[in-house]
Ligand binder design. Structure first.
Ligand SMILES: Nc1ncnc2c1ncn2[C@@H]1O[C@H](COP(=O)(O)OP(=O)(O)OP(=O)(O)O)[C@@H](O)[C@H]1O
Ligand SMILES: [Mg+2]
Length: 324
């Protein structure tokens, strides 16, 4: 393969992904017809309010959905393998190696009764000798962790542990893609910035791609190349980060950006989006229709396909009717 054709092929190609949970009142369609690509080395942000399906996309890609949950997709092509149809035994060879996952709670991926120094050597020792390990960790601001070789995870701060988990996920096998599900939500702003810097440093050093899940558009604007906006289980808009802020197309994306504190002059009250997202994942048409200021009759009836406007891919009947 020539370099050009390698560059052109997406690393991950998701087509028409559905995830459905078994709820007490019947099936819960958590992800519906979601399609997106991730290019090698790209950071794709996935934003949307609570319950929009962001974590379900990550757990489905990892093959880690809970019992009773079902997924289907036309295609989930990851480096030439279809993750949607892979058997568990084969998936295990991909998971944690070519495809790594950083969950929201770092403690869930560390052993609480083994020192952090030992766990680092355990996972990274095969790849790095002691000197390389120290140099690597110092380079990403984790040198102090090695100076406390006997301390258990409980003796470190949440921010330090989160960086340890990211370092382990990224360095143990040098994955091509890292899925990070809200890795900074529980951290204060300074530590958040350190974690984000670490992610970007690893991306630059290892060339890995990242899917970065967040509620926080400001964080996303700082680190992502492209952003996907989810609502009610649907991916309603995907665009380069500059385009999302300069020319948001979907009414939900526009409302989200208008609600960002930094976008609101001090003399203007913060504009909340009227209504709630409750039950949006059950609607047959556009999930945002009940809250949309531009709603048409057709919006309640069926979800539109994706159209390209500028550099954005948008699923909206109103946008579809505007001149291309
Ligand atoms: N194990 C489960 N059983 C039943 N329903 C679930 C389960 N996990 C998630 N859901 C439902 O699936 C939908 C999507 O949830 P998901 O956790 O993917 O959203 P999210 O965007 O990650 O939200 P948050 O921002 O709060 O993390 C929600 O309606 C949620 O209630
Ligand atoms: Mg989540």
């Amino acid at each position: 393969m020539t370099k050009a054709s390698v560059d052109e092929a997406p690393l991950l190609r998701v087509r028409d992904l559905d995830v459905t949970y078994r709820g007490t009142d019947g099936p819960v369609p958590a992800v519906r017809g979601v399609s997106f690509d991730v290019a090698p080395g790209e950071v794709l942000g996935l934003v949307g309010e609570s319950g929009s399906g962001k974590s379900s996309v990550c757990t489905a890609l990892m093959g880690l959905l809970p019992d009773g949950a079902r997924m289907r997709a036309d295609d989930i092509d990851f480096q030439g393998d279809n993750l949607a149809t892979m058997r568990e035994r084969e998936l295990r060879k991909v998971r944690g190696r070519r495809l790594a996952f950083v969950p929201q709670q770092p403690m869930t991926s560390l052993s609480p009764t083994t020192s952090v120094g030992r766990q680092l050597r355990w996972y990274l020792g095969d790849r790095l000798d002691d000197l390389e390990l120290r140099e690597t960790l110092v380079g990403i601001g984790l040198g102090p962790v090695l100076d406390r070789p006997r301390d258990l995870p409980g003796a470190f701060s949440g921010g330090q542990l989160q960086r340890v988990v990211i370092a382990l996920a990224a360095l143990a096998h040098e994955p091509a893609l890292l899925l990070a599900d809200e890795p900074t939500t529980t951290l204060d702003a300074t530590v958040q910035a350190q974690v984000l810097r670490l992610l970007l440093a690893l991306r630059d050093k290892l060339g890995l791609a990242v899917v970065y899940v967040s509620h926080d558009l400001a964080v996303v604007s700082a680190i992502c190349d492209r952003v996907g906006v989810m609502y009610g289980g649907r991916l309603v808009e995907t665009a380069p980060v500059a385009e999302i802020f300069a020319a948001p197309r979907h009414p939900y994306t526009r409302a989200l950006i208008a609600a960002m504190p930094a976008m609101t002059p001090e003399d203007r009250p913060l504009r909340a989006i009227p209504g709630t997202a409750d039950g949006a994942n059950l609607l047959p048409g556009c999930p945002f229709a009940p809250r949309c200021a531009h709603v048409l009759d057709v919006c309640g009836e069926r979800m539109p396909g994706s159209v390209r406007r500028g550099a954005s891919d948008v699923r909206c009947h109103v946008v579809e009717r505007e001149d291309a």
